[in-house]
Ligand binder design. Structure first.
Ligand SMILES: CSCC[C@H](NC=O)C(=O)N[C@@H](C)C(=O)N[C@@H](CO)C(=O)O
Ligand SMILES: [Fe+2]
Length: 249
């Protein structure tokens, strides 16, 4: 059995730097790993119609219910899937993103793309299909996160520093690898989207309090644009002692 370990790290040059350097610039060959227990069997399989899209893609904003959809497992690894991944990178770069999940463009399937450098032609473009996390590190870190579905909103989110992932590539090949630092952060943010979890659900009550009005402004914008009541309201959210949890560590 071949195993792939991929470790990236973010070097801080100054407290203001937004430049990410990678200790290892390329992902390993998308090595097939026959991993016992790797199964996405529980989730409904996507049909070709689920992956139909119109370019250019548009980013879906909170509180659109598409962000809470149950995302289907991809079973067809065809040219349409490759075009969707390409279009997702295009809209991600145009909107200054470093990662994007399919539900954020209104397609309810388990697909994410990311490039922590955030510039076309720089860094590494990673496409993950039906990803699963096999391990989260116990060590956590805090980062001021933004989300393309919450334009202009940034707040601190605590997450595990590294993760072990099982996924398929865009051709359907299974592979396993580890990420840490910023790539692990972006992966987890997108992985949450694939579970219908939004970043504010990982914030402390105190942090959430700081962005509550901005969330309400997005809810009002949605109501004005659609003419229907917001499907969720931050003011109706019950205060939680703990944020949404992570899986196995
Ligand atoms: C830190 S994980 C953020 C992932 C997120 N993806 C989808 O919602 C994303 O790309 N958010 C952007 C707002 C973002 O983080 N952009 C970078 C680069 O411009 C930033 O530093 O703001
Ligand atoms: Fe997001």
């Amino acid at each position: 059995m071949q195993s792939c370990n991929q470790t990236f790290s973010r070097n801080r040059l100054t407290s203001l730097d937004r430049v990410y350097f990678f200790t290892n610039r390329s992902l390993p060959p998308l090595c097939a790993v026959s991993k016992i227990g790797f199964s996405a069997a529980k989730d409904e399989a996507a049909s070709p119609g689920d992956i139909e899209f119109e370019a250019p893609l548009k980013i879906v904003e909170y509180p659109d219910p598409k962000l809470r959809a149950k995302n289907k497992r991809i079973v067809s690894f065809d040219d349409n899937l490759k075009s969707l991944a390409r279009e997702m990178f295009d809209v991600m770069y145009k909107t200054n993103g470093i990662g994007l999940s399919a539900p954020q463009v209104g397609i309810d399937v388990q697909l994410m793309v990311f490039n922590p450098v955030g510039e076309s032609g720089e860094g590494e473009e990673i496409v993950l299909v039906n990803p699963r996390v096999s391990k989260y590190s116990k060590k956590l870190s805090i980062l001021n996160e933004g989300c393309l579905s919450f334009p202009g909103i940034y707040a601190d989110v605590k997450r595990p520093e590294s993760v072990k992932i099982d996924a398929r590539d865009v051709n359907g090949n299974r592979f396993s690898f580890s990420l840490d630092g910023l790539p692990a952060r972006v992966f987890q943010h997108e992985f949450d989207h694939l579970q219908g979890i939004l970043f504010f659900e990982r914030m402390t009550e105190e942090v959430l309090g700081n962005i509550r009005e901005q969330l309400q402004a997005l809810e009002m914008k949605y109501e004005q644009l659609t003419g229907v009541p917001s499907p969720e309201k931050i003011q109706n959210r019950r205060e939680r002692r703990n944020a949404v949890g992570f899986g196995k560590s």
